[in-house]
Design a protein around this ligand. Structure first.
Ligand SMILES: [Zn+2]
Length: 339
């Protein structure tokens, strides 16, 4: 029961950030008929209005009144909330197509990811803050912006809504970057940086996922503010501080569960594309990772203090390769694992 409540709350939390999509082709259908068609075990919890199904070894969970369906750890948004009519659960026309796809969704071209809201692409530094200064005076802010713009273009081409924290050379504070990730409909935050160190020999990319928070992090003003924003977007009592804390904690727990998959997928994509053997993702407590409540990753695309890597990063074709690898990693993961 408690588990069901948890799932229900999670679905409510996930659901808040997603704008229902337009109607798909076909007719409304009953969940019962789908359970029969796919020979699934379907369990119904009348108290929490939660439905749990098993299909091809994957657990599918949905909540009456919400348009969010969890398939394994993948969050899908169907076109309308599930309804209950005369004791029967009614699902919208696109439920079957989205929850039981018959073929893999290709990367790029067309709306591949119906379940996603927006991705915030964050180009680190900018304006008066150049970030690191690399070999031959190369500025981190310029590399970050160019790669972020390329990632955003790729994602938009794949049918995903993108918001950029900056699309030109301007200064944006760290709190403002996390505020961009707290807007309704945002599902993911991707920050692009370039690395630097005193040794010219060090090279290679790194991908960071959000790590667990310490006691101080949990009361950090920006996190509290972003948490209030999240709760404000939910249909819940706004006068109960304890409830807000629970909801914010749950959102972050969900983020910790899903982000490593994304970071790992992006690291793998980069390792393949750039032919670098080392590809393990890491955990970090960077400001933008710990103060956002949606899954957030930070990519260090390479060391601008390494002469060889700096020369590569000056080349547009190489920066496009990085953007393509990041996009592929993100989209593959969102499809295969999702959040
Ligand atoms: Zn940086």
């Amino acid at each position: 029961m408690l588990r069901f409540l948890w799932i229900g709350l999670l679905l409510l939390v996930s659901g808040c950030a997603t704008v229902p999509r337009g109607p798909g082709a076909g007719q409304e259908t009953t969940l019962e008929s789908l359970c029969g068609k796919y020979a699934m075990a379907c369990a119904w919890d009348g108290v929490t209005q939660t439905i749990t199904m098993e299909h091809n070894g994957r657990r599918i969970q949905a909540l009456v009144g919400s348009n969010i369906v969890m398939v394994g750890s993948t969050k899908l948004a169907v076109s309308a909330p599930l309804k209950r009519r005369q004791g029967v659960v009614i699902v919208p026309p696109d439920f079957e197509r989205l929850v039981f796809p018959t073929e893999a969704v290709p990367f790029a071209g067309g709306r591949a990811f119906h379940g996603l809201g927006k991705i915030v692409v964050d180009a680190g530094h900018g304006g008066k803050d150049p970030g690191a200064i690399g070999f031959g005076g190369l500025k981190e802010k310029d590399i970050n912006l160019d790669i972020a713009v390329r990632i955003a273009r790729n994602l938009r081409d794949a049918g995903i809504d993108v918001v950029m924290t900056r699309d030109k050379d301007e200064f944006i504070t760290l709190p403002d970057r996390t505020i961009a990730a707290s807007q309704p409909g945002v599902d993911l935050f991707v920050s692009v940086h370039s690395n630097a160190t005193k040794s010219r020999r060090v090279q290679g990319f790194d991908v960071y996922a959000s790590g667990p928070l310490n006691t101080e992090d949990k009361v950090e003003p920006q996190r509290v503010q972003n948490g209030k924003k999240l709760c404000g977007q939910l249909k819940m009592r706004q006068d109960l501080a304890e409830l807000k804390e629970i909801v914010i904690g749950m959102a972050y727990t969900q983020k910790l569960k899903t982000t490593p998959y994304l970071a790992e997928a992006v690291a793998r994509g980069l390792a393949q594309e750039l032919r670098q053997g080392e590809h393990a993702s890491k955990m970090a407590r960077y400001f933008v990772l710990r103060n956002t409540l949606v899954p957030a990753i930070l990519i260090e695309v390479g060391f601008i203090t390494n002469p060889h890597e700096a020369a590569q990063l000056k080349d547009g074709a190489y920066r496009q390769k990085i953007a393509d690898a990041v996009t592929k990693g993100l989209t593959r993961c969102m499809h295969a694992q999702g959040f």
